[in-house]
Write a protein that binds this ligand. Structure first.
Ligand code: CMP
Length: 135
């Protein structure tokens, strides 16, 4: 169950200068940073990342937001990393995210929910390949 997951610290995290604090939480939990970089997503990368949401009412806003400024992309590795990161992030809607979770502590609205984490091992493999090469 040693696995890797893809985390994005979204443009709101970079703008608000809280990336370090959020990364510190993942490290303190015991997850290993296997890869990390700052980049601005192209519309093509955003469309690939969020392909499953294409056609939904919030899709265009989501693509606009995620490409609106730099993000920090990380590969985090550890036991049950996918589930661990999901638990640490809290519910997708910050209004439902428990205090103590990242969204519960840092975010207020669904469309700017500060962080993304892969929802399964299959998604993680697909998403990691969008941002990183094997090297
Ligand atoms: P994320 O985990 O990055 O995956 C898809 C994103 O779409 C999600 O976080 C939210 O930021 C956003 N999202 C999901 N549902 C809605 C919604 N109903 N309205 C606005 N944004 C949404």
């Amino acid at each position: 169950n040693y696995e890797s997951t893809l985390v994005l610290l979204k443009p709101d995290a970079v703008r608000r200068k809280v990336c370090g604090e959020i990364i510190a939480r993942f490290e303190r939990k015991g997850l290993t940073i296997s890869a990390m970089k700052l980049l601005t997503l192209t519309p093509e990368m955003a469309a690939e990342h969020y392909a499953e949401h294409k056609g939904k009412p919030f899709y265009l806003g989501l693509i606009e937001f995620i490409t609106s400024g730099p993000v920090v992309a990380l590969v985090l590795t550890g036991p049950n990393a996918v589930k661990m990161v999901r638990n640490m992030m809290g519910a997708t809607d910050p209004a439902n995210a428990a205090p103590g979770t990242i969204r519960g502590d840092y975010a207020a609205i669904m469309s700017k929910n500060i962080v993304h984490g892969s929802d399964s091992i299959a998604s993680a493999e697909k998403e990691i390949a969008i941002y990183f090469t094997e090297q």
